[in-house]
Design a protein around this ligand. Structure first.
Ligand SMILES: NC(=O)c1ccc[n+]([C@@H]2O[C@H](COP(=O)([O-])OP(=O)(O)OC[C@H]3O[C@@H](n4cnc5c(N)ncnc54)[C@H](O)[C@@H]3O)[C@@H](O)[C@H]2O)c1
Ligand SMILES: [Zn+2]
Ligand SMILES: [Zn+2]
Length: 386
């Protein structure tokens, strides 16, 4: 066990729009079921930006980073499936593997790890996400390690693909699942950030006939084209009108909201939290379905109006009812998918790393946050290497 005074470098949240590299305490084994992982790759996520922008109750001093891959460095006495030197990737959500929701595969809704709330993540994201530090750091403590760590082939192959198993590949895949998608159907995905691109890629892998992806960021729309999907630029004209026009007035079968509560109007600046839900209700055919991996929060300190501040989102429920649409939302149950998506990567059938735009040392995290937040210079998916 390392000496308590040992320290390491980590990305620490200071205040809105400011993170810094700090020397912090290195994590220790706290429970027999823990492991300590030496992090080799960790990503910046769109979800980190909600915290970075001060749009959550994340506290100063929080270590960011919930998408983590690395090598097992220490093993608690209760761990049976893992050993020192194993290469592992962790789901962004921490789960116990033993409660009712975990047993039913709903690992994003573990009722044990964060009493009083459902789900926790490895980041002190805000009170609702539990007491776990993040992995944008040299080392990470992983609780309930046998359940939470997925073993990868040793070596360094597919590092950029495997790290996406922590969150966005399963999250994009689940977004398509939540929409009720079946092979051969058409689908419209709002948001061409990492999650939207992974939903689009999943729909392609799963045999969609047509995949439309809406965004306004040039580099992201280019990636949409790269994977054989149809880019829709909502800064040019209303996205729903554009899709309906391309389809001769016919709605799509399924829709995915990969944007969430910080959705923007066509100007790209003004927020309109209901923009995407409203558009999806318009563009999906009667009895079709909508999947919502995009995050909505029960309280938003930076909301433009008092209703949105309490997580009330105004959208045409009457239209949804009339069309008989299904709607599924929530955090991704990464454990349900990551093993199988890993195997698609190993067999060469999936290569989600097309989404990766930058590989940087951990020390460059502060600048990377700033650029990713502004969605400039092609910053789409940033991987940090401690
Ligand atoms: N459900 C989960 O478990 C889970 C996991 C990871 C991320 N997320 C959430 O998914 C969302 C997307 O994550 P990301 O990493 O791709 O983020 P991102 O912020 O990089 O991407 C969002 C994209 O949406 C675009 N956008 C904004 N307004 C739009 C609109 N009205 N129409 C179409 N596009 C619009 C933006 O230009 C941006 O490219 C975030 O809310 C994130 O928190 C959820
Ligand atoms: Zn993430
Ligand atoms: Zn559980």
């Amino acid at each position: 066990m390392s000496a308590p005074e040992a320290t390491m470098k980590a990305v620490v949240y200071d205040k809105p729009f400011e993170v810094a590299i700090r020397q912090v305490e290195k994590p220790l084994i706290q429970h027999p079921d823990d492991i300590i992982v030496r992090v080799t790759t960790t990503c910046i996520c769109g979800s980190d930006l909600h915290m970075y922008e001060g749009r959550t109750s994340a506290e100063p001093g929080t270590i960011f980073g919930h998408e983590n891959l690395g090598i097992v460095d220490q093993v608690g006495s209760g761990v049976t499936l893992l050993k020192r030197g194993d290469r592992v990737v962790m789901p962004f959500n921490v789960a116990c593997g033993r409660c009712m929701n975990c047993e039913e595969g709903k690992s994003a809704f573990c009722t044990y790890v964060n009493p009083g709330f459902v789900s926790a993540a490895s980041r002190k994201r805000y009170a609702a996400m539990g007491p776990y530090s993040g992995g944008q750091a040299e080392y990470l403590r992983v609780p309930f390690a046998d359940f939470n760590a997925l073993i990868l082939p040793s070596g360094t192959d597919h590092e950029e693909d495997f790290v996406l198993l922590a969150d966005i590949f399963p999250t994009g895949w689940q977004g398509v699942d939540l929409s009720g998608f079946r092979p051969g159907e058409s689908i419209a995905i709002f948001g061409a950030g990492p999650v939207g691109l992974m939903s689009a890629y999943s729909a392609v892998l799963r045999g969609a006939s047509e995949v439309y992806v809406v965004d306004r960021v040039y580099e992201r729309l280019n990636k949409v084209k790269e994977i054989g999907c149809i880019p829709i630029d909502f800064s040019k004209a209303n996205a729903v009108d554009q899709i309906l026009q391309l389809r001769g007035g016919k709605e799509v079968d399924r829709g995915v909201d990969a944007v969430g509560y910080q959705a923007k109007k066509g100007d790209g600046k003004t927020e309109q939290p209901n923009a995407v839900l409203e558009a999806l209700i318009q563009v999906v055919r009667p009895t079709g379905g909508i999947g919502v991996p995009g995050v909505y929060v029960p309280s938003d300190p930076g909301a433009a109006d008092p209703a949105a501040a309490k997580g009330y989102i105004y959208f045409p429920f009457g239209k949804l009812f009339e069309k008989g649409l299904t709607l599924g939302a929530g955090q991704c149950n990464v454990k349900l998918y990551n093993r199988y998506l890993r195997d698609l990567i190993i067999s060469g059938r999936a290569k989600p790393s097309f989404v990766v735009s930058h590989n940087l040392p951990l020390s460059e995290a502060p600048g990377a946050y700033e650029k990713f937040d502004k969605r400039v210079d092609g910053y789409t998916k940033v991987l940090l290497h401690p």
